[in-house]
Design a protein around this ligand. Structure first.
Ligand code: HEM
Length: 164
């Protein structure tokens, strides 16, 4: 780790102006963590509701209507999670950057992105064929299951960061 990115960059983050503000008040860190959890609720909550529909639950609801309603909330949640997570990370960047749970979490987050891209590129264009009343085809359901498993794993890794 030290040789590729260099501790200076991580040390600068840890002692930077932003993290100094976090250290000013004992309640700031838990508040940022609460914001992180709120972002996760929005992001993973909206993604999970969409995945359950892709698995064929509530087929009376149009997939396109649900996508229109839930996607903006998942984007908002992702933004909140990345900003708050970045601040949590910065407070002890040199140590957290070496944390195996944190590293695995970032790999899993990237995998959720690839999974979502595969869905939008290869499945969603045919949505009119399975938009309502029809059981989505196996690839769609497979991607929904992978998404649910990956996001669960991201959350577990997030909870493990403080313990490994
Ligand atoms: C994108 C989806 C993400 C999810 C679902 C997620 C989930 C979680 C969860 C469940 C926790 C445990 C919170 C707790 O124990 O109270 C956590 C902690 C943490 N997350 Fe995230 N996170 C995400 C993204 C990020 C990102 C992008 C970063 C940093 C760049 C990050 C940095 C952290 C750190 C440093 C902690 C440890 C906080 C602590 O235990 O003190 N997270 N995350």
């Amino acid at each position: 780790m030290a040789s590729s990115i260099g501790p200076e960059w991580l040390l600068w983050l840890k002692h930077g102006p932003l993290t100094e503000i976090v250290r000013q008040w004992v309640w700031t860190y838990p508040l940022v963590e609460a914001v992180h959890l709120l972002g996760i609720t929005l992001l993973v909550g909206s993604v999970a509701m969409f995945d359950l529909r892709l698995l064929g639950i509530s087929r009376h609801l149009r997939v396109t209507d649900l996508a229109g309603h839930l996607l903006p909330w998942s984007y908002a949640g992702f933004g909140i999670v990345v900003l708050s997570g970045g601040l949590l990370f910065a407070t002890d960047a040199p140590a957290i950057a070496l944390n195996p749970a944190f590293r695995l979490k970032l790999v899993l987050i990237a995998a959720t992105g690839v999974n979502a891209i595969v869905f939008h590129w290869f499945c969603y264009p045919s949505v009119q064929q399975w938009d309502r009343w029809v059981k989505p085809h196996p690839m769609v359901r497979g991607i929904a299951i992978v998404s649910l498993i990956l996001w669960t794993a991201v959350i577990i890794c997030g909870c493990l960061i403080a313990y490994v």
